[in-house]
Every structure is written in structure tokens, then in C-alpha cells.
Design a protein. Structure first.
Length: 486
């Protein structure tokens, strides 16, 4: 029979073993969550490549370098602006409207794996919001103006929207565990409103103030054209590549917004997000394509299938499901996507009617489909899924018997429009008044690649005709084609 001393030693060893195992398990869990957010954040950052390819393919050949450089600088300006000021304003504690604590400015005293990956993941969202604007005002915006608004948006404008809706202290936040607005707060799981509406609203204000490209709606004397002039994309292949890269990145955008994967039930939420994201994108692409085809048939034309409608329709469906991907059933995702495709088609045509020039249709995709995504949340959100994700009971959409959520969603939409337009409007007016917003008309006609970036994006110089003729003559001689013998 073991002595009391032996039992004491064995108990101590057992306690130490359990403690070490518990510490190792905790470290493994933390590392898994960091890795999960790292991978999802990398997916989202790859969307920068998607935006770059989509924009490059959509513009004319003479402006490819310019739009690609702006996409690169979006990531750079977004990183610096969000690191220095934006992150602290968005996720600092205290304050209903903006963070008031100072520990996150320049990431001061904010270190460690969990904290660093938190900043990185949120930076990718901020960069996405800034990139949305690039395509809309392509081919006519000065580089210095672009740098100024890119930093300003990520440092001051976007963070306020983030704090209001995603920070638990924000006045619209569904993460407020004490007194959320209308008992539920605004459900915007991955950012139909926070990211896409903010970027899309900024793009709309910029396009209105900047004006259309030369020759788009008016002739050289300023008279309205009978029909708007279309500027065809220079590379449909790049457009399609960009679309698929963005779709791929959305699997980090939506499922990754769980922010971790180790907590019980988080895997189920992430998996549902992946399914609803896929279904909404697919149904929206089909809906947009055939809605446009039917409109063409109704106007007396024959059936035509526009690939641009399918591509942007898919993106519109992705934007529309982003707010509610974790709180709607798969069948609802299909309906949301179908309606998002219709919203995209009609809002795109509305911009043309209003003579607002959007080079890549970013405003219909991100702004209008972003609005639809928020409203759709208030209609289709399942009360059980809302409780599962946010912990509030009986607060689903109107299809589940409650109108509170829809009311909060509409309030959130109005806040985002009011704040973004109210700040970015005067900002763009000032840039325009200082004549640093739009390029010179001659430079615009020549193309920004030549006028601003040391030459065209593609070397289209053909071989010298004399050299070609000489080569042909040599080959003919070598093969005996010039032999004069009988």
C-alpha cells in the first residue's frame, strides 16, 4: 500500500501533467484560430487581385497601367491609414460613434498572435472598401486625388461605420449585450452595409462630382448624345478572371467573419456561410443574365446573352448575401440572389439614364446590392439562426413574425448613406475646387498610361516590314523556291 508521501508525489505529478496538457491544448486552440483568420484574410486580400483584373479588363487599353497602379496603392494606402488611425477609431473601446481608447493607434501596446491577426483580418476589409471606388472613376481621376481619398476613407470614414455596427459599443451593433437597438441591433455579418455600401456610396458621390468620361454622354460641344456611347472592355478574359478571383475571395470574406473556428458551433456557422454564399452568387448571375435578355426581347431586339450581366450579377449576389450569410436558410439565399440580380440590372440602367458614368458598374454591384443585402436580412433572417449567431431570441426577419430587425436594417442603411455621403461629398468638392481631382482633357483622350505612366501597358509594336520581307526571301531561297532551273 503506497504511503502518504508517495500519494502526494503522484498527485503533484498528475496535477502538473494535467496543467501542461491544458496549457498545450489552449495554445493549440489559439494557434488554430490565428491560422484560420490568417487563411481567410489571405483569401480576402486575393480579392485585390480580382479587383485589379476586373478593372483592367473593363477599361480601355490606354488606361490599363493606371488602374492597376491604383489597385496596388489601394492596398498600400489602406494598410497605412488603417494601421495609424482607422483601426483605433473602429475597434477602440468606449463611445457609441467612434472608439475613444488609445491603445490601438499605430498598434501601440497591441501585440501578440491574436491581436496582430485581428488587425490583419480587419485591414483586408478596409482595403476592399477603398478598392471599390477605383473602377467607378477609372480613366479620368488624378493619381494624387486617388491617394488622398483612399487614405482618408480607410482612416476616418469607414472606421466610423465599422464602430457603429461591428463594435459592441456601437449604437447600431448587434453585438451589444446590454441594450442593442430595438432589442437586436443591425445584423450585418460580413459587411453588405459596412464594407460594400460604404465603398459604393463613396463611388457614387465621386462619380457625380467627377463627371462622365469624355464622349460617354455628351459630344465635344457639350450636347447630350442621342444614345450613350459604349466603351467596350479591352479584355473580357481579364474580366472573367477577376470575377472568379473575387468569388473565391468571398469564401474568406463570409465564412471567415466568424473570426475563429474553435468555439462550439462556429464550424457550423462558417459552413452555412459557404453554402449561402455559393447559392446566392449562382442564382444572381443567372437572374441578371436572363433579366437583361428578356428586357432586350421586350424592346424588339433578338435574344442576346451579355457576359457582363452574368459576371456582375454574380458579384451582386455575393454582395447581397454578405450581410445575412450566417442567418438565412439555403432556400432564402437562392431568393436573395435572384432578386439581387434584378436589382443589379435595373440599377445599372438607372445610372445610365441619370448620366452617371461608372466604368465597371461598381455602384450597382456594391451600393445598390449592398442596400438590398441589408433589407433582405430584415426579411429572410431566421429567428433560430439569429439566436444561434447573436444570442437574441425571437428577432428574425418579417417572414418569421418580427419587424424589429427590418427597421434596424433600414436605420443602418440610412446612417451609412448619410455619414459616407456627408463626409465624402465635401471632400470630393474640395479636391475638385483645387483642380486636383480630374485629369486634363487632352491627357484623358490620349490615355493615362502614356500621359502619366511612361508608356502604354502593352507593347504593340510590329516587326519592321523590310525585315519581314527579307526573312521571307531568305526562307524561300533556302528551300529552293527561287530556283530558275527547268
Amino acid at each position: 500500500m503506497p504511503s502518504i508521501d508517495q500519494l502526494s508525489v503522484n498527485s503533484t505529478l498528475l496535477f502538473e501533467t494535467v496543467s501542461k496538457t491544458d496549457a498545450a491544448l489552449s495554445e493549440l486552440i489559439n494557434g488554430t484560430d490565428v491560422f484560420y483568420s490568417l487563411i481567410c484574410g489571405a483569401f480576402i486580400f486575393l480579392m485585390q487581385c480580382g479587383f485589379a483584373m476586373l478593372c483592367a479588363g473593363s477599361v480601355r487599353q490606354k488606361n490599363v497601367k493606371n488602374i492597376m497602379l491604383k489597385n496596388i496603392l489601394d492596398a498600400c494606402g489602406g494598410a497605412l491609414g488603417f494601421w495609424s488611425i482607422g483601426f483605433a477609431l473602429a475597434y477602440g473601446s468606449g463611445g457609441k460613434f467612434v472608439g475613444t481608447s488609445g491603445e490601438k493607434y499605430f498598434l501601440n501596446n497591441y501585440s501578440g498572435g491574436g491581436n496582430h491577426i485581428d488587425f490583419f483580418f480587419q485591414f483586408t476589409f478596409a482595403a476592399t472598401a477603398a478598392t471599390i471606388v477605383a473602377g467607378t472613376i477609372a480613366e479620368r481621376c488624378k493619381m494624387q486625388a486617388y491617394l488622398l481619398y483612399s487614405v482618408f476613407l480607410t482612416a476616418f470614414v469607414y472606421p466610423v461605420v465599422v464602430h457603429a455596427i461591428w463594435n459592441e459599443d456601437g449604437f447600431l451593433s448587434a453585438f451589444d449585450t446590454v441594450d442593442p437597438l430595438a432589442g437586436v441591433g443591425m445584423v450585418d455579418f460580413a459587411g453588405s452595409g459596412v464594407v460594400h455600401m460604404t465603398g459604393g456610396c463613396t463611388a457614387l458621390v465621386a462619380a457625380i462630382i467627377l463627371g462622365p468620361r469624355i464622349g460617354r454622354f455628351y459630344d465635344i460641344e457639350g450636347n447630350a448624345l442621342p444614345e450613350p456611347k459604349a466603351f467596350p472592355p479591352h479584355s473580357v478574359a481579364l474580366q472573367v478572371l477577376g470575377t472568379f478571383l473575387l468569388w473565391f475571395g468571398w469564401y474568406g470574406f463570409n465564412p471567415g467573419s466568424t473570426l475563429s473556428i474553435s468555439d462550439p458551433g462556429y464550424g457550423d456557422i462558417a459552413a452555412l456561410c459557404a453554402v449561402t454564399t455559393t447559392l446566392s452568387a449562382a442564382s444572381s448571375a443567372v437572374s441578371a443574365l436572363f433579366t437583361d435578355t428578356l428586357l432586350g426581347l421586350c424592346s424588339g431586339s433578338h435574344a442576346e446573352y451579355d457576359i457582363t450581366m452574368a459576371m456582375n450579377g454574380a458579384l451582386g449576389g455575393l454582395v447581397g448575401i454578405t450581410a445575412n450569410c450566417s442567418v438565412v436558410e439555403p432556400w432564402a439565399a437562392v431568393v436573395i440572389g435572384m432578386l439581387a440580380g434584378i436589382v443589379y440590372v435595373f440599377s445599372s440602367k438607372l445610372l445610365v439614364k441619370l448620366k452617371i458614368d461608372d466604368a465597371v458598374d461598381a455602384i450597382p454591384v456594391h451600393f445598390f446590392c449592398g442596400i438590398w443585402g441589408c433589407i433582405a436580412t430584415g426579411i429572410f433572417a431566421s429567428d433560430k439562426l439569429v439566436e444561434n449567431v447573436y444570442g437574441v431570441e425571437d428577432k428574425g426577419g418579417i417572414l418569421y413574425g418580427s419587424g424589429n430587425l427590418l427597421g434596424v436594417e433600414i436605420a443602418g442603411v440610412l446612417f451609412i448613406i448619410g455619414w459616407t455621403a456627408g463626409i465624402m461629398g465635401p471632400f470630393f468638392f474640395i479636391l475638385n475646387a483645387l483642380k486636383i481631382f480630374r485629369v486634363d482633357p487632352t491627357e484623358e483622350k490620349v490615355g493615362l498610361d502614356i500621359s502619366h505612366h511612361k508608356g502604354a501597358a502593352y507593347d504593340l509594336t510590329q516587326a519592321d516590314k523590310a525585315d519581314v520581307d527579307e526573312m521571307i526571301e531568305k526562307r524561300q531561297t533556302a528551300h529552293g523556291y527561287n530556283d530558275q532551273s527547268p
